[in-house]
Design a protein around this ligand. Structure first.
Ligand code: UGA
Length: 471
């Protein structure tokens, strides 16, 4: 099938590369000339496993890059809109990029087209896209608008796309649904997975994935509701972790106890320093705003957002409790990306924490395996950038773990101990076992678990947590 994808951001680029790998002919459209030149010259703009292989496989053959939206629409049966929907000041999704694409499509309609929303958009967007296309003189039966939300996570985007739990298609008639069914047939029919050159999937993959057909409005809601639910799960466990800290319980044990209830499940129950990234913070605000517009005050979401913000403050209090005053203290920081496996620092709780620590007068030496270049665009030379975890720890008053990179979970603890000025580790991602840290001579603070001290540290040195001002 001939497919146009408008917008070569995270979702557009991954979808384009994966559709090409599924056997489709894809034109990826963007108006950013620099980006197009980079893509054409073989650069891979995002850090994403398997993406370089896929681009190498299909670039210039079944995947081409262009700035000509009209020509791409003319050549395609389906047009996926994957442009950005950034938040406005009021927390709404800014849909002006979506609208400008919808305005151009009618002039290129030369046969039946399915226009597919791939960006995360509020409910009713498909109706607006339809109205805009009709307003610009497209015959009503020459196109349909479908919603096909994407559930990929950064870091595992390619395998999330090719091995999804499910594919959701919102289509209000069978003609339109049939086009999407054909596009996804290599996955839903299972043929993709039999190919020797198929990208390998995760162990637990559901093969073949089910295709769920809904109304377009339901599909739009599924995307927002899904992200809101996952963020709620994270805030819930962060709130439980706070209670654990107050009573001396261990959130890891609590997670094991509740995550094994098949109705709850163990995933997205990792407490930490709060969720970040380009999706959850923005989508929760947008979902709350759209609910309000439709007459429903979604107060549960207010609380999810509040707990998330509070989680960073709680972590800062731990740093204070461990070090007393912060001015002039040197801190080693592990992780700047908003989560492990990505170079993305958008809404990164790690970067927000570093900025606050700098305001408090700390000196920071940070290491991130992938996000350092991006972090430099925001933090400039306000911090030192280390070339590995041990260099970040060198001479530091304490080491903070802020991103859940796998490599941070398997450090040489004896070496780390030697590098630090004081052997204090404040772990915002619970990467280590407290007892083992104490056995290696560390004073170790984590989230929702009792602090651990080496035997040589007197009990009096364990400062009780300061009470949160709002609690
Ligand atoms: C999220 C969703 O997981 C995807 O399904 C969705 O497609 C995507 O948003 C989107 O809307 O485009 P992503 O933002 O890439 O994906 O990252 P997640 O893996 O969901 O992590 C989000 C944040 O939550 C990170 O800061 C992560 O560290 C944090 N997190 C995640 C926790 O604190 N605890 C957990 O148990 C899981």
């Amino acid at each position: 099938m001939h497919i146009a994808i408008v917008g070569s951001g995270y979702v557009g680029l991954v979808a384009g590369a994966c559709f090409a790998d599924m056997g489709h002919q894809v034109i990826l459209v963007d108006n950013d000339q620099q980006k197009l030149a980079a893509l054409n010259s073989g650069q891979v703009p995002i850090h994403e496993k398997f993406l370089p292989e896929l681009l190498e496989r299909h670039r210039g053959r079944s995947l081409t890059f262009s700035d000509d939206l009209r020509a791409a629409v003319e050549a395609s049966a389906a047009v996926f809109i994957a442009v950005g929907t950034p938040p406005t000041e009021q927390g709404h999704a800014d849909l002006s990029y979506v609208e400008s694409v919808a305005r151009i499509i009618p002039s290129a309609i030369n046969g039946y087209k399915v226009v597919v929303e791939k960006s995360t958009v509020p409910v009713y967007t498909s109706e607006w896209i339809r109205k805009i296309i009709l307003r610009n003189a497209a015959p009503p039966d020459s196109f349909d608008v479908a919603s096909n939300p994407e559930f990929l996570r950064e870091g595992t985007a390619v395998t999330d796309f090719l091995y999804p739990d499910r594919i959701v298609v919102g289509a209000d008639n069978e003609r339109c649904a049939a086009v999407l069914r054909t596009i996804y047939a290599p996955l839903t029919g299972g043929s993709y997975y039999k190919r020797p050159d198929a990208i390998p999937g995760p162990d637990q993959a559901q093969i073949p994935p089910p295709l769920i057909i809904t109304s377009t409005k339901s599909a739009e809601l599924i995307k927002h509701a899904c992200n809101a639910f996952l963020a709620m799960k994270i805030s819930f466990i962060n709130a439980v972790a706070s209670v654990c800290e107050s009573v001396g319980a261990n959130v890891q044990q609590v997670c094991q106890g509740i995550g094994t209830d098949s109705r709850i499940g163990p995933r997205f129950l990792n407490p930490g320093i709060g969720y970040g990234g380009s999706c959850f913070p923005k989508d929760l605000m947008a979902f709350r705003a759209v609910a309000r517009e439709c007459g429903y005050e979604f107060r549960l979401l207010d609380e999810v957002i509040r707990i998330n913000e509070d989680q960073r403050q709680r972590f800062l209090r731990k740093v204070h409790n461990a070090l007393w005053t912060l001015r002039g203290k040197r801190l080693g920081v592990l992780g700047l990306a908003f989560k492990g496996g990505t170079d993305d620092i958008r809404e990164s709780p790690a970067v927000l924490l570093v900025q606050t620590l700098l305001q408090e007068g700390c000196k920071v030496a940070a290491y991130d395996p992938a996000a350092q270049e991006r972090a430099k665009e925001v933090l400039n030379s306000s911090i030192e950038y280390a070339s590995d975890a041990y260099e970040a720890a060198r001479g530091a008053d304490a080491l903070l773990i802020l991103t859940e990179w796998d490599e941070f979970a398997s450090l040489d603890l004896d070496r780390l101990h030697r590098e630090l000025k004081y052997s204090i580790v404040i772990d915002g991602r619970n990467l280590y076992d407290p007892d083992s840290m104490a056995a290696h001579g560390f004073t170790y603070y984590s989230v929702g678990r009792p602090a651990a001290m080496p035997e040589s540290v007197p009990v009096e040195a364990v400062v009780p947590p300061r009470k949160a001002s709002h609690s």
